[in-house]
Design a protein around this ligand. Sequence first.
Ligand code: NAI
Ligand code: MG
Length: 488
Amino acid sequence: MVRELGKLDFKGTWQYAAAPESTDHVQLGDRYDLFIDGDFVAPAAGKYFDTISPSTEKVLASVALSSNVDVDRAVKAARGACRVWGRMKPAERGKYIYRIARIIQERAREFAVIESMDGGKPIRESRDVDLPLVAAHFFYYAGWADKLEYAFPGKRPAPLGVAGQIIPWNFPLLMAAWKIAPALACGNTVVLKPAETTPLTALKLAEVIRDADVPPGVVNIVTGAGETGAAIVEHSDVDKIAFTGSTDVGRQIQKALAGTAKKYTLELGGKAANIIFEDAAIDQAVEGIVDGIFFNQGHVCCAGSRLLVQESVADEVLGKLKDRMETLIVGDPLDKNTDIGAINSPRQLEKIESYLALGRTEGAEMYQSSVAVPDTGYWCRPTLFTGVSQSNRVVQEEIFGPVLAVQTFRTMAEGIDKANNTPYGLSGGVWTDKGAKIFHMTQKIRAGVIWANTFNKFDPTSPFGGYKESGVGREGGLHGLDAYLSLG
Ligand code: NAI
Ligand code: MG
């Protein structure tokens, strides 16, 4: 983690200067309507809800609450636009997507600040991780638009039609890009619903789409909560559902879609093992553990939320990890020195805190950094549990916060067993200086992505998705195209 400037205090401890990001260039309206058929339109029932900043608890804007009527209107617009978009020359489609990518790059600072305000993530992450990846996704899929026949030789790739897309609050704009870019490249049109706590960057993206002159109806953005999402899932004229969120809602969606012709991809939860062998470069591994679980407050489906450390180095790793946790700054998401921002919502904080209590009830020992946290807003200090057993709920269940469960192992086989022993299979990490060990582990761990000597690295070219309860289907790379095409 790179730091901004600061100074040594009289004890020789480095004091980081507060470095708040300016919000001057950010223009937020008081109220946001729905983006349907190329225009911002009021919701039929005239209802709105507030989105707040989880770090200040202040209302940022009010946002339209879509009813079934609005969803139906959006789906009709998307269906109508299929004629234009689906039949457009692929290279032309690509040009529009490139244009979206370029405008996002131009407005990246503004987008990063709004993302941090609305969702609570540190500005350093939204600026240096989310926004570059958002643009990269649009650039990458723009490039595929006129090469689909090369991507699937011998097939006749055709768009599916209208894609209903429901996304979560942990990477709001990035998840919108993951969903919209491949759908458009393949000639589909879109009805997208952002999460209710983080709708603002998706609505700003609607402005970008309008400014890029994308034909009306190709992308429609409807805001609202679970009921709006369910209305998209249940709409009879939607051809494909793409969902990222909780395993519970994923299950409900799967049930709702059973027996229908709709295609679907589900990107659900995780409980990844980050596995440290005794021959690993320990200092780098400690940074990888920190990045794995504390990045984005641990609101990451592929977070390394279980540390599996080989017994012979467990004391050393834990000692260094605790020291490092003490240095992490929790606070203002707009401060460039902040490492851990605000927990996304009071509901999510309640969930995390219930797991902190549960871990102790289960007999685990809790260690929390002593860092100060602000008085207003929703915060959780970096936390770890030791003395856990495999069956403990803090080891098995997704907490989705800055909370790490620590276990040890002796042999490689024991490490693999423990890594695989949860209902999830989304990601994993292996730290060792032996290539052979990396190959062995990556073959034996059932997870969609396994990082070696790094963690949480993303790239639009590589597929992403899970086994078991982590989901169905893949996004990213060529696999991400497959999910939006019929290959007759
Ligand atoms: P959620 O699954 O309820 O929300 C995700 C999205 O689904 C939101 O846009 C929401 O409005 C929508 N939604 C909710 N109910 C729906 C329904 N019945 N039909 C269609 N769409 C619906 O997740 P929530 O409640 O915000 O978070 C709870 C837990 O879920 C977290 O603590 C975390 O463990 C997990 N989660 C996992 C994510 C991931 O990236 N895999 C992202 C967000 C949450
Ligand atoms: Mg918000």
